[in-house]
Ligand binder design. Sequence first.
Ligand SMILES: *[C@@H]1O[C@H](CO)[C@@H](O)[C@H](O)[C@H]1NC(C)=O
Ligand SMILES: *[C@@H]1O[C@H](CO)[C@@H](O)[C@H](O)[C@H]1NC(C)=O
Ligand SMILES: *[C@@H]1O[C@H](CO)[C@@H](O)[C@H](O)[C@H]1NC(C)=O
Ligand SMILES: CC(=O)N[C@H]1CO[C@H](CO)[C@@H](O)[C@@H]1O
Length: 766
Amino acid sequence: MAWGVWTFMLCVTLWICSATQSAKTVYPRLRLSHKELWELNRTRVFQSGEGRLQHYSMLLDETQERLIIGGKDILYSLNLERITAPHKEIHWVSSEEQVGDCLMQGREKPECANYIKLVQHYNSTHLLACGTGAFNPVCAYIRVGRGTEEGEFRLESDHIESGRGRCPFHPSSPSASTVHRGELFVGLYTDYWENDAALYRLGNRNFIRTEVGDRQQLSEPKFVGSAVIPDNDDPADDKVYYFFTERVANTEGGKKAVYTRVARVCANDQGGQRMLVNRWSSFLKTRLICSVAGSNGIDTHFDELEDVFVLRKKDEKNPEIFGLFSTTSAVFKGYAVCMYNMEDIRAAFNGPFAHRERTDHHWKVYDGRVPFPRPGSCASKINGGQFSSSKEYPDEVLRFVRSHPLMFQAVQPVHRRPILLDTEGGRKLTQLAVDRVEAEDGHYNVLFIGTDDSVVLKMITIYNKEANTVEEVLLEELQVFKVPVPITEILISTKRQQLYVGSELGVTQIRVHQCGLYGSACADCCLARDPYCAWDGLTCSRYYPAGLYTKRRFRRQDIRHGNAVQQCNGLQLSEERSISEKLVYGVENNSTLLECRPRSLQASVTWYIQHGVDMEEVKGDDRVIQSPHGLLLLKIAKGDAGVYVCQSTEHGFVQTVVRVTLEVLDESKVEGLLHKGEEGDSAHRPPPCLFPSLPSAPSSSKLWYKDFMQLIGYNNFQRVEQYCEKVWCVSDRKRKKLKGMATKWQYTPGAEQQGRARAPRQTHGQ
Ligand SMILES: *[C@@H]1O[C@H](CO)[C@@H](O)[C@H](O)[C@H]1NC(C)=O
Ligand SMILES: *[C@@H]1O[C@H](CO)[C@@H](O)[C@H](O)[C@H]1NC(C)=O
Ligand SMILES: *[C@@H]1O[C@H](CO)[C@@H](O)[C@H](O)[C@H]1NC(C)=O
Ligand SMILES: CC(=O)N[C@H]1CO[C@H](CO)[C@@H](O)[C@@H]1O
């Protein structure tokens, strides 16, 4: 709810209204609690032992159909299809001696364990795993076999290697790694005191790293992600990209600012021969911008990278890069997602170098001569095939790259603005995963965003070129853990249409769509605007791109506009929808709630009262209040009785959600009964069937089930039961009891006049 309010406040404080996002959905279309997800059979939760998943690593292995998790002293191999199925585990603990040393160094007991921070595919038979080893990093290979059927999962324990330069010492130290052709590329702090930040390559060849203590290359980095991305078809040009934040000194002096960086190196870098020995000869970096333009010319920057997702496409050379950012501004807390094209990233690296005379000077374009081969380029055909290795590069090139690691141009996001903006200020956004989904009217990037309170938001964003605005469509809000906990990982298996979401409580598996939940009518499905779903002529089901299924003729989907009127014209508009009918009793001079909750939280609701064939809109006043749960009637009068119709409107599409008949009961009768209820003899009380706890109803105003039966006469028994079920929360167990009572019930003539009914009391409670 506060989303809109906060956008407004942000506007006021920062004057950025003119250029901010346009449409904004305050509510998700569907909000599902953990319990609901569970009941819908959409989720499974893998719970590890106590404290096993405090700091961990996760690896998706789609070919062998498993999810590898590195935890504290343990590695799990879970079944991708059902993560709750029997799993395999490897216990990998630090020796007593190591733990002893760790404690001697003054570390806390929980830190002195082997936290598996890195798990990577190594070759066709082995994974590489590295752990903190109680502040003495270790690496080992894990035999996983080739086929899925083998299901091997074994630590090669006689080949434990030192993990220095591959795994940090500290369990919570940030690191980012990737394996390419049997070599590990990793960004991490390599030492016990976390002074030496480096980008490392370790493998079959000589090791290569960034210069020790060179703050031009890395300045207090926080590593977030890395990926190998080919430049062209020549593998010699493959580059490794790192995404991280840095703290950089402001030219104006004062506090250091945080910037997000993308850096890259050649995968085949051999370092120099005489200088830059075992150092990158291709390291370059630049700034990633994610900002909102303000009407006063001052941009609001989101500079703190929280997570990065590389969305691979068929064209391996051009994945889309998504960054989740937060602001470090003191004015407000906000989040943004920006998307980057490789084209723009490459353009920045191929553009001018940045240069400054002294550290207290401003950065300028380097306008001197740039040596050949261009600093930062790989030893490949691109340089005319003159160099077979960076070791052959002229000293001049190495000197230049050493002194000019920064590019002048920053990388701007696609559309030069965020695709998503969250200035709500409430929850923190922690993780991001993206799926590219083909729909009837184009491709959509479905974003899955994890929060610090167990929620995964499923969204799409639609860019309107003419208006230069972005519409954010919040499709689903899924509470994936039972209690609020920060989400620390989201992996997506497109093949399986599953998300694997991690927190310190465990790992949850959740299907990325459940089209049936939107409703079975064409309109419900179209209004949902979920690119995974389409109306197939019968129901809302998984959308498959053209060519796969023959039922296409009936298929309806409109992600861009959600225009149900156009899509579903003449199709199942009202005829097949069974409108829910309800009966509600109200007591005169008291309040009652006519419930109406459209499936979609984005729909607006209008109430009508029916007069014969005419419908008159209910005008709210101080007695009749529209609430998110329905129509609240305070101080009901006899004249309020009637048929109320609740209609929802969404994207111009109107439908009736529920029709409620309100009957008004005489207050004096109810009053008399109330006092009787207070007299006690609680042992003989029938099951409580209480008034819903409305803010206006005093908690003492409890009416017992049997008393109500009296009010409306015994022959009306079915209706009372209905009422109790619908309006008062009667559990399944109680409902069974009530059913039992109904069958034992005997009509006692005269009981109505007596104002007492002993019968139900006696048949129940024994
Ligand atoms: C729950 O979903 C799984 C597939 O994810 C299916 O195999 C299973 O039969 C479902 N169970 C129920 C009770 O619907
Ligand atoms: C994979 O790497 C491990 C560890 O170095 C090695 O023992 C194994 O033979 C390798 N497998 C293949 C197929 O190269
Ligand atoms: C309802 O309350 C009003 C005063 O607020 C009173 O005058 C009226 O008699 C009450 N109605 C009944 C049926 O008790
Ligand atoms: C039957 C019932 O709930 N009656 C309540 C109506 O409201 C008054 C106060 O507004 C209560 O005192 C009654 O118990």
